[in-house]
Ligand binder design. Sequence first.
Ligand code: ADP
Ligand code: ADP
Length: 232
Amino acid sequence: TYAVRLESVGKVYGSGRTAVHALNDVTMALPRGSFTAVMGPSGSGKSTFLHCASGLDRSTSGRVWLGETELSRLKEEELTVLRRERVGFVFQAYNLLDALTAEQNVSLPFRLADRPVPIERVRAALKAVGLADQYDRHPAQLSGGQRQRIAIARALIHEPDAVFADEPTGALDSRTGRQILELLRRLVDDLGQTVLMVTHDPVAASYADKVVFLADGRLAGELRAPSPERVA
Ligand code: ADP
Ligand code: ADP
């Protein structure tokens, strides 16, 4: 069973003479409990791929499924709910609110959905990412690695079908980056989460089960990454 599936997905920005074919005929399936890295040169369509696969944006052709849900069939409001409740996002720039504590940042998906905040679950999520003693800290009081851990806890809070990470280690030094990658790896190995990560960094990609390469918006190859243990 697959967490995410794309069938002949295309994405065109604009139209006519200025149209940009950012994705062409991309077919891929992410099994539940897998960790996939997407690599490719700048402009090859990595972000577009991540956005189309996660429901942040709509493809212009082909079909995308999240679990059993085909995204093109959803109304705009339904897609918004899906983004909030069924996928988790982790970005390079953390996307945390500085005015809120760690706990409040992780609670945000519930506040946005106008739902009661399950505080024990929020704390369990922060504990799971190694921030058990930091509930009341603000992002500005924490290191980059700790901020990214808050973002990961927030991404996990709804037990999403898949977690989408766009250069999650791009703003971190290499040691802290490795700790974040180990955390993502554990989400897959211990919690059975499904992770799709866009990265420029071959070391980051080596934490994935599979690396797919994009070139000019097309799948240009894939390989199984050796595990970090085997590299070491
Ligand atoms: P990558 O993440 O690999 O750098 P992108 O998915 O950002 O690649 O971009 C793929 C192509 O689509 C590039 O040619 C880029 O300029 C173009 N593109 C991306 N977003 C837009 C947009 N909103 N409008 C027009 N063109 C875009
Ligand atoms: P890029 O990869 O192009 O540098 P990002 O991945 O940071 O940019 O963001 C891509 C798009 O996703 C932006 O339009 C941004 O507004 C939107 N976005 C960022 N964070 C979230 C979020 N948590 N939920 C929904 N949309 C988001």
